[in-house]
Design a protein around this ligand. Structure first.
Ligand code: FAD
Length: 475
């Protein structure tokens, strides 16, 4: 059957379903095609399930090791991992039902199946008509459209020679589905996902070793944040091998162990554990979607777009992980909203990626917005830096977790804030003030003039802003 739409969205992840809602709000006749579960990676294999597990790990640590410090005795604490997983699934299901009802509320037609773009055909002289192979096995649906948004997302990448069996050698997809915890694990890749898993599994009691190719973990973050993260996680008991290139040829598997060597500056070091998690990045889902029937181009495997999110075919847009860049849920959804507003003829400002906050939900958490100190210097800025530790913030001591700091980088000449970087407890919430400051082009003085409530963790922002000009009060 053929149906006509103003907007069809291919992929119902965070980018796709948010775009669909905005499209319906703007009065456009909208369809969404999803081959798996609405909500995509973030809801089913990413943000939400991983944060649910991280929370359980935090509660376990608190009960087992830290509660006594607060005067609360919790002897006999034990972990019920089946319950941990069940709680995670309950949260995912609740949110999944929420997304489904939002589709109904918006009167968005959802096609459960695999979509593929056709070239010019009897349906339309333009490429992009979507043929949907329905999951139900019913006859293919044809969606004739004025505009298409590709939002097919991404999937885990691995290294050649490290084939993922999702049992012994896992991606984050397999790790989320683990029924039992291993005694030990090797995590190949010390980026955001690797560090979140390292922190979580360690807090669940697993012996964790992280092997990172770069010379530092979370290499996209400010160097001071990387150093502090490694220091705190090492102190907790996580082992790190940095500047270490794993040698897949050396992989040895037995029923209950994995051994692999890594080249570290010319020296070979061997690592053994029960399981391995490979977290070396993600690749775009561009196969089988009919790109060959269009002029759309790829760059390093990701769909190429303009700042309006239009591809080479001006009526076909692409957003989210499939276009690369910052592969984050809030980025995907904002790109989706921008694309739809552009389709609707509304004025759309190009997204300023330097003002989007990035978070790491490990324990300690880390977050940032804007340039790192090195990036700022490389771009020719004469920088001034204010740093303030949580150890001098009363609420951090009250909370029993005073690790970490906030670092603000400003331009000495103009006083513009160039970047804000945080590590410590709750910094994934505190970063929103930094994001707002960047969007409003605030100066450190303006942040410092905002009276932060006492006692609160947010006081660290005021103090770090004062520290930029050497005027911090409590240091
Ligand atoms: P996806 O969410 O991947 O959705 C794409 C959808 O398209 C999928 O549902 C797929 O089934 C569907 N699809 C693909 N091809 C077709 C087709 N041909 N036909 C029909 N449907 C198709 N980001 C954050 O911001 N915060 C976090 O805390 C965070 N944590 C993460 C933790 C992990 C372990 C991982 C893996 C990722 C995490 N991310 C996080 C990243 C975040 O999940 C992604 O950036 C986000 O999901 C991207 O959304 P998307 O809509 O572009 O793609």
């Amino acid at each position: 059957m053929a149906q006509e739409y103003d907007v069809v969205i291919l992929g119902g992840g965070t980018g796709g379903y948010v775009a669909a809602i905005r499209s319906a709000q703007l009065g456009l006749k909208t369809a969404l095609v999803e081959k798996g579960a609405l909500g995509g990676t973030c809801l089913h294999k990413g943000c939400i399930p991983s944060k649910a597990l991280l929370k359980s790990a935090e509660v376990y640590q608190l009960a087992k090791n830290e509660a006594t410090h607060f005067g609360v005795e919790t002897s006999g604490t034990s972990l019920n991992f089946a319950r941990v997983q069940a709680r995670k699934d309950e949260i995912v299901n609740q949110l999944h039902n929420g997304v489904k009802s939002l589709m109904k509320k918006g009167k968005i037609d959802v096609y459960e199946g695999t979509g593929r773009m056709l070239g010019p055909s009897i349906f339309s002289p333009m490429p992009g008509t979507i043929s949907v192979e329905m999951n139900s096995g019913e006859e293919n649906e044809m969606l004739i459209l004025k505009n298409l948004i590709i939002a097919t997302g991404s999937r885990p990448r691995t290294l050649p020679g490290l084939e993922l069996d999702e049992q012994q050698i896992m991606s984050s997809d397999g790790a989320l589905a683990m029924e039992t915890l291993p005694k030990s694990i090797l995590i190949v890749g010390g980026g955001v996902i690797g560090i979140e898993w390292a922190s979580m599994l360690h807090d669940f009691g697993v012996d964790v070793t992280v092997i990172e190719y770069a010379d530092r973990i979370i290499p996209t973050e400010d160097e001071d944040i990387s150093k502090e993260m490694k220091k705190i996680l090492s102190k907790k008991g996580i082992s790190f091998a940095v500047g270490a290139k794993v040698l897949p040829d050396t992989l040895k598997k037995t029923a209950d162990s994995i051994t692999i060597s890594a080249d570290m500056n010319g020296e070979t070091k061997e690592f053994t554990a029960e399981r391995m998690l490979v977290s070396v990045g993600r690749q775009a889902n561009v196969e089988g979607i009919g790109l060959e029937n269009t002029e759309i181009q790829l760059e390093k495997g990701f769909v190429q777009t303009k700042s309006t999110f239009q591809t080479k075919e001006s009526h076909i847009y692409a957003i989210g992980d499939v276009i690369g860049g910052l592969q984050l849920a809030h980025v995907a959804s904002h790109e989706g909203i921008s694309a739809v507003e552009h389709i609707a003829g509304q004025p759309v400002e190009p997204l300023d990626y330097t003002k989007i906050a990035k978070c790491i939900y490990s324990s300690p958490e880390a977050s940032s917005v804007g340039l790192t100190e090195k990036q700022a210097k490389d771009q020719g800025y004469d920088v001034k830096v204010g740093k303030f530790p949580f150890a001098a913030i009363g609420k951090a001591l009250v909370n029993g977790n005073a690790d970490g700091f906030v670092k603000i980088i400003a331009d000495r000449k103009t006083d513009d804030i160039l970047g804000i970087h945080m590590i410590g407890s709750h910094v994934t919430d505190l970063i929103s003030e930094a994001g707002l400051a960047m969007v409003l082009d605030a100066t450190p003085w303006e942040i410092a003039s905002t009276v932060h409530p006492h006692p609160s963790l947010s006081e660290v922002m005021g103090e770090a802003a004062l520290a930029v000009d050497g005027k911090a009060i409590h240091m």
